[in-house]
Design a protein around this ligand. Structure first.
Ligand code: MG
Length: 316
């Protein structure tokens, strides 16, 4: 389990051991972990109220400081401290976090130790308040390691942990008529050609299909609901703004993009050479890695409107 602890969380245990040694304790009691936590994660405590001096005074009023002993002495965790660290893993799972951080240790202390709960409440920090702060902080940070978290999902099943993610896929489709003298926008870039799509926005079929696939996967409706073509605001809009909007809808840990696969169907021009630029533009708009976007091109073998060069379509 220790490999799930963040560097900061590991240092809480290190400082807990140090505190236990400072007080000549034969094992690392939960209060030593708490003092270790306060040392390691001052920001949490400054924001939430209690400071390390307050905690220390409270501890020393009951357990007078012993003469210092060497920190090299091996000091084991008490049973309660072990329960706290085990519980921290459960708190991390509940918050869908791959890593066990200092905040999960704090929540576990509230849950496992009556003494710590009472002490922290005396200092003005309730579990409810801590939880509120931690949940908002965690959801903001969650996006930053979404890829890691998704990759960890299969492993979590093997290790007997409850699954932490629902993987959902969505489909998207779009078609626009092509007319002479319009800009051909595909995947957020302009592709040189003598025709371009007719549309309320810039008519970027690839972006529109991807928007629908993402919104569909997240159960958030479709592009028409979010960006109605009756709204003058979207007239001639660069469709990348739609993707940027979806990125905001997904923020705060509500949804993560693990992969996008799409195919553009056009008789002409050749699209393959433009894919790297499209991947970059799309990835920038969504704030993901370009290699998470797979693009393919097809012709319609001369059949139907697309085959006659009268329209362009995309699936994602
Ligand atoms: Mg469209």
């Amino acid at each position: 389990m220790l490999e799930r602890f963040t560097e900061k969380a590991r240092r809480v245990i290190f400082f807990g051991r140090y505190e236990a040694s400072q007080y000549g304790s034969p094992c690392i009691e939960s209060f030593h972990l708490l003092l270790g936590l306060a040392r390691e994660d001052k920001s949490v405590f400054l924001k939430l109220g209690p400071n390390i001096e307050g905690l220390r005074e409270s501890y020393e009023s009951r357990y007078p400081a012993h003469p210092r002993i060497s920190t090299s002495v091996e000091v084991p965790l008490s049973m309660e401290s072990k329960r706290i660290l085990g519980r921290a893993a459960e708190e991390a799972d509940k918050l869908q976090s791959k890593h066990i951080g200092t905040e999960h240790i704090l929540l576990a202390m509230f849950a496992e130790s009556e003494e710590i709960r009472t002490e922290l409440e005396k200092l003005g920090l309730t579990r409810e308040r801590a939880e509120r702060e931690i949940v908002s902080k965690t959801t903001d940070a969650a996006q930053n390691f979404s890829a890691d978290m998704l990759e960890s999902s299969p492993g979590s099943a093997a290790s007997g942990m409850p699954p932490r993610f629902h993987v959902c896929a969505g489909i998207g489709y779009d078609l626009h008529r092509l007319e002479a003298g319009r800009k051909l926008m595909i995947g957020g870039i302009e592709v040189p050609f003598d025709k371009g799509p007719v549309g309320h926005s810039d008519g970027d079929v690839l972006v529109h299909a991807i928007c629908d696939a993402l919104l569909g996967a997240a159960g958030m409706g479709d592009i028409g609901t979010h960006f109605p073509d009756t709204d003058p605001k979207w007239k001639g809009a660069n469709s990348l703004v739609f993707l940027k909007h979806i990125r905001k809808l997904f923020a705060g840990g509500r949804a993560f993009i693990s992969h996008i696969d799409a195919v553009v169907i056009a008789e002409r021009p050749k699209l393959g050479p433009h894919f790297p630029a499209m991947q970059t533009a799309l990835a920038d708009a969504l704030a993901i890695e370009p290699n998470k976007i797979n693009l393919k091109a097809k012709t319609n073998e001369g059949v139907d409107a697309i085959g006659r060069g009268e329209a362009i379509a995309a699936h994602a």
